[in-house]
Write a protein that binds this ligand. Structure first.
Ligand code: TXA
Ligand code: MG
Length: 336
């Protein structure tokens, strides 16, 4: 289940003509456009119904000339690139002024990521071959409508963008995404001004792994950093009403269910005996890597089955769960 070379080359031509293409990455599927074209980037904002001042991540190939996109690559960024690219790490760097402001939402920094998914890499390379400069960047947010759950399968993208697909937007097949949650975002754009490395969005690459490479822990956002939609309080939300529960509260919660309501419960424990038929129980993985892999598809399942309420057990407090806790809390905040 992976896109053919012909499909990839067709998609590259569409990018080069200013059109939209959905592509798999190792984190989630992206909705891609030529990062250097303001008109192409505008199509992403329109399709996603996303505010145009929210900057997009530019996806580049491992051999990309980073000076084409940035003014300066601090030593810290070089170390992180060496350790984690290609892979699920986005770096916010000082932008090369020659790059159009549309992709950065007017900010003078640029988010760069080198994805490891073979289809994403092949697409960027095929696109670069069509460019005179030999450089190509695909601006790609997650391929979901603003505020929704990110897609981890090609079918999720088709569900989110039926109109665009009917109008010929290619959705490159890449199977279930391996990681399942969005990349870790690290801001290294203001180191020259004395601002430390900031972890803007937790992800599969943890704060601990970043610290191992940097030699010190990254700082947390202080509010002065540019706004990132993935960092809004309510985001990543399913349509189904969602709440988080502690194991000790579950009995009482289940007892409070109005009789006609159908509930889904995602818990670490196995299904207890004697559950009413209106409650669907799903035992979630106890390992954070597998949990992240499954999470978004599970949220979409609850929507598709039209449950009245989705109850998800709160996650363990240790750092290995940070990125997933972040997503779940934002998803639940949409219903508070
Ligand atoms: O895993 C991912 O990162 C996926 C795949 C498709 O690569 N992409 C993704 O994009 O999650 P998106 O747009 O849903 O989230 C990107 C986040 C946004 O919250 C955006 O505001 C932030 O990155 N961002 C991008 N460029 C930035 C910049 N120059 N300064 C601050 N934040 C930036
Ligand atoms: Mg997103």
């Amino acid at each position: 289940m992976t896109a053919t070379t012909t499909a990839i080359e067709h998609a590259a031509r569409i990018l080069n003509e200013g059109g939209l293409v959905a592509l798999p990455t190792e984190t989630v599927y992206g909705l891609g456009a030529d990062a250097e074209s303001a008109q192409a980037v505008a199509k992403i904002y329109a399709a996603k119904q996303r505010p145009a001042n929210h900057p997009l991540i530019v996806h580049v190939a491992p051999e990309a000339d980073l000076s084409y996109w940035t003014r300066d690559i601090p030593q810290e960024a070089r170390k992180l690139i060496e350790a984690f690219w290609p892979g699920p790490l986005t770096l916010i760097l000082p932008k090369n002024p020659a790059i159009d402001d549309a992709v950065t939402g007017g900010q003078d920094s640029i988010g760069l990521r080198c994805p490891s998914h073979p289809v994403a890499m092949a697409l960027i390379r095929a696109f670069a071959r069509l460019r005179e400069s030999g450089q190509a960047g695909i601006a790609a947010p997650s391929a979901n409508r603003f505020g929704h759950v990110s897609p981890t399968r090609a079918q999720h993208v088709r569900d989110e963008f039926p109109q665009e697909c009917a109008n010929g937007m290619p959705v490159l097949e890449g199977g279930d995404t391996e990681i399942g949650i969005e990349s870790t975002i690290v801001d290294v754009s203001r180191i020259a001004q004395g601002v430390p490395v900031v972890l803007l969005r937790p992800g599969h690459i943890s704060a601990t792994q970043l610290e191992q490479v940097l030699g010190y822990p990254p700082a947390r956002p202080d509010g002065a950093v540019p706004r990132a939609s993935g960092t809004l309080k309510a985001h990543y939300a399913p349509q189904t009403r969602l709440s988080l529960f502690d194991a000790s509260d579950l009995k009482g919660l289940l007892a409070s269910r109005p009789q006609q309501e159908r509930w889904a419960v995602y818990a670490f424990e196995a299904q207890p005996n004697g559950l009413p038929a209106q409650i669907q129980w799903h035992q979630v993985p106890s390992d954070p890597v597998r949990y992240a892999h499954d999470l978004y598809a599970l949220l979409r399942d609850a929507d598709q089955q039209h449950f009245d309420h989705l109850l998800i057990q709160r996650l363990p407090g240790d750092v290995a769960w940070d990125a997933i806790s972040d997503r779940l809390q934002r998803a639940a905040a949409a219903f508070e």
